[in-house]
Design a protein around this ligand. Structure first.
Ligand SMILES: C[S@@+](CC[C@H](N)C(=O)[O-])C[C@H]1O[C@@H](n2cnc3c(N)ncnc32)[C@H](O)[C@@H]1O
Length: 280
């Protein structure tokens, strides 16, 4: 069994390597795809003029910039991400009232009690020790502050990945399912687990909203096949397979996508938790 340090090192290597590069390469498509979820989590966060906000796992800083606009010149947003390549892209936005730091949000030395809002869009599911990580975020919050983040519900409720995986599985090497405590995009799918983590880290007044949206995956099936090969769970599986297996898997995925291809493009359902809480 891997130690916490090994898991954390693996995540850091992934997001500083293929994960960060892939996210950057697929950035426009991803932003378009998750736009409906983004609007909902930003509305729930309701950042106000003058507030101090922490954007956890900020990636290229898209939400950091939106939050910076909401808090205005008297407020400030700090975006933190473990990936140097993504933080470089975020800094290139030159947002006047936002700064970006490279760091592991689980252990980063944030100022204590400094933030009104700790926010994340899909950036909190990758901690090796989530209780420790959320304790660190809890320390960074003001006593009257709030936590708001978005994470995926279980894989079974997310056909935008599940449908593809099911179609591809017979053609690929055996897919290793992550363990219930392993980090990854669907690591926070189990609401009871997330509640346990947040309560252990000192949060209360927890709320879990169910968000369901159709996610645009591409204009047509070839575009979807191209983009899933660049970033995301399928690209990781393809990387471990022989070219002939990948080809067969793509044919099977194309077949599975056919019923979802419309004049408006290929769209598949996605399901998220919109989570909020306050320091206990
Ligand atoms: C799915 S991406 C989301 C990026 C961004 N929040 C967005 O919505 O555009 C996950 C992000 O979390 C970052 N990340 C993963 N583990 C992290 C950690 N321990 N500390 C800080 N950032 C982390 C990754 O580098 C990546 O940018």
């Amino acid at each position: 069994m891997k130690s916490r340090d090994e898991i954390a090192a693996e995540q850091a290597a992934y997001w500083n390597g293929p994960g960060g590069q892939g996210w950057l390469a697929s950035y426009d498509r991803i932003q378009h795809s998750i736009a409906g979820f983004s609007a909902a989590v930003l509305a729930a966060a309701a950042a106000k003029p003058g507030e101090k906000v922490l954007d956890v796992g900020c990636g290229t800083g898209e939400t950091t910039a939106m939050l910076a606009q909401a808090v205005g010149r008297t407020g400030h947003v700090l975006g933190v991400d473990i990936s140097e390549v993504l933080v470089s892209a975020a800094r290139a936005r030159n947002v006047a009232n936002a700064t970006f730091e490279v760091g592991d949000a689980a252990s980063h030395a944030f100022d204590t009690g400094a933030f009104d809002l700790v926010f994340s869009r899909f950036g909190v599911m990758f901690f090796a020790d989530p209780v420790e990580a959320f304790r660190n975020l809890h320390r960074a919050l003001k006593p009257a502050g709030r936590l708001v983040f978005l994470c995926w519900r279980p894989l079974q409720e997310n056909p935008w990945v599940g449908t593809l995986m099911q179609a591809a599985a017979p053609h690929l090497p055996p897919i290793q399912r992550p363990g219930p405590e392993d980090p990854g995009p669907f690591a926070f799918g189990d609401r009871a687990r997330v509640e346990r983590i947040l309560r252990a880290a000192g949060f209360a007044e927890l709320s879990f909203g169910r968000l369901d949206r159709l996610l645009p995956q591409g204009r047509d099936i070839p575009e979807v096949l191209d983009s899933i090969s660049r970033f995301g769970p399928m690209s990781r599986l393809f990387a471990q397979a022989e070219p002939v297996q990948v080809e067969r898997a793509k044919q099977a995925i194309a077949e599975a996508l056919r019923p979802h291809a419309t004049a408006e493009g290929v769209r598949l359902a996605g399901a998220c938790w919109l989570v909020s809480g306050k320091p206990a």
